[in-house]
Design a protein around this ligand. Structure first.
Ligand code: ZN
Length: 390
């Protein structure tokens, strides 16, 4: 199979490092995927993403479906060509955004009726139409259509939702198998097309996570995501649900934990055996002046940085840390300059990507446990107390 190939090169405990190959290139795992919601990582041009070593981006199907529209992206050759990113891309199914962003949704066995958050127009996503949209956009990896169960939810409700997601996964796969030659860059000669991943749901119930994982695996996907986590539950519960799912997932397929987390958390998930993650946190936090460094979090607007000539993170060799002072970054942020958002985002991405690079390296050399223990900054909980040392 040319379209997807996953190989594990080394292990340390439950953590693994390796790579997967897609039609638009190879990706080293464990990997953090920056979020490029509307086919852009806000404020960062594609050449800078390449300099940072980004190997795969996530785009949101819901947003691209509404604007510029699937047909337009298809006519332009697919989303890689559209955004001039000749590297792998993964699209989500649209489910999560429909549930979190749109109004007046109505969920039935058939699919989800929703209103655009842009103009209020009515739309319908079914497993079939969500896969059709993702085929038209043409990402390398696409996701089965799922219902992201709300949190908190009762057991019976969570089980019913998880079972519907299983039926939707079967429909997603059937539609994909029948229509995969329709991807804009399809090549039958090279057997080049997209890969469809399944998604494990099951809310905050370990037994439902197990059943969901087992039944999703029976459908046989080249990779498996764990969805519906980091939705407000306490972190130990997230770890428990991830563990319950991973124990049922095949060792030889990548595991993708959707929508997580802080730097400390993503390292923890790697320790649990997760191979892929995405999150808006590094990019969104950057735009709000919250910066992740080897010395902890920094809230750059803080007055204490006004005369600070030192680099943002002395241990970071990204182009921002090599060139600019905290004082200048603080000034840009306080002046609401566009450059503040760009530079802050570049550093935060460098920090996340560097963290994953070090995790991969330490797994290869059998020093992952040391990396994990050395990684924890002095103050642990980030977002509630963002100002490092203030
Ligand atoms: Zn930096």
């Amino acid at each position: 199979m040319m379209s997807f190939h996953f190989e594990i090169e080394a292990r340390d405990g439950k953590a693994r490092t390796g790579s997967f190959a897609t039609p638009h290139g190879k990706v080293e795992t464990p990997v953090f995927m920056p979020v490029g919601t509307v086919a852009t990582v806000k404020g960062v041009p594609q050449d800078v993403l390449e300099e940072l070593g980004v190997e795969i981006l996530l785009n949101n199907t819901y947003h691209l479906y509404l604007r510029p529209g699937v047909d337009m992206v298809r006519q332009l050759g697919g989303v890689q060509k559209f955004m001039s990113w000749d590297h792998p891309i993964l699209t989500d199914s649209g489910g999560f955004q429909v549930f979190s962003l749109s109004d007046l949704r109505k969920v039935t066995e058939e699919g989800v009726m929703f209103r655009s958050h842009l103009d209020g127009s009515s739309h319908f996503f079914s497993p079939e139409s969500a896969i059709a949209a993702q085929i038209g956009l043409g990402a390398d990896i696409i996701m089965a259509f799922d219902e992201c169960t709300e949190h908190p939810a009762e057991y019976a409700r969570t089980r019913a939702s998880m079972e519907m997601t299983l039926r939707w996964a079967a429909r997603s796969k059937k539609y994909f198998e029948e229509h995969k030659p329709e991807v804009p860059w399809f090549s039958s000669r090279q057997e080049k097309t997209q890969s469809l991943f399944g998604i494990v749901q099951g809310g905050m119930f370990a037994d439902l996570r197990r059943v969901s994982a087992q039944k999703t695996v029976e459908l046989d996907f080249p990779g498996y995501a764990i969805g519906g986590l980091s939705v407000g539950e306490p972190r130990p519960m997230t770890y428990e649900m991830v563990d319950a799912a991973i124990r049922q997932l095949p060792d030889d397929r990548p595991r993708y934990l959707m929508g997580v987390g802080t730097p400390e958390e993503i390292v923890h998930y790697v320790a649990q055996g997760v191979d892929m993650m995405d999150c808006v946190l590094p990019t969104r936090a950057a735009r709000h002046g919250l910066l992740f460094t080897s010395q902890g979090r920094i809230t750059i607007k803080n007055a204490r940085y006004a005369g600070d000539e030192g680099p943002l993170d002395p241990a970071c060799n990204c182009k921002v840390c090599l060139r600019y002072s905290r004082a200048y970054l603080r000034h840009l942020y306080a002046s609401n300059e566009l450059l503040a958002q760009m530079l802050n985002t570049i550093h935060n991405l460098a920090f996340y990507l560097g963290t994953m690079r070090k995790a991969r390296q330490s797994i290869r050399t059998g020093q992952f446990a040391e990396f994990v223990s050395g990684f924890q900054p002095p103050h642990v909980d980030p977002l509630s107390r963002p100002a490092a040392g203030s």
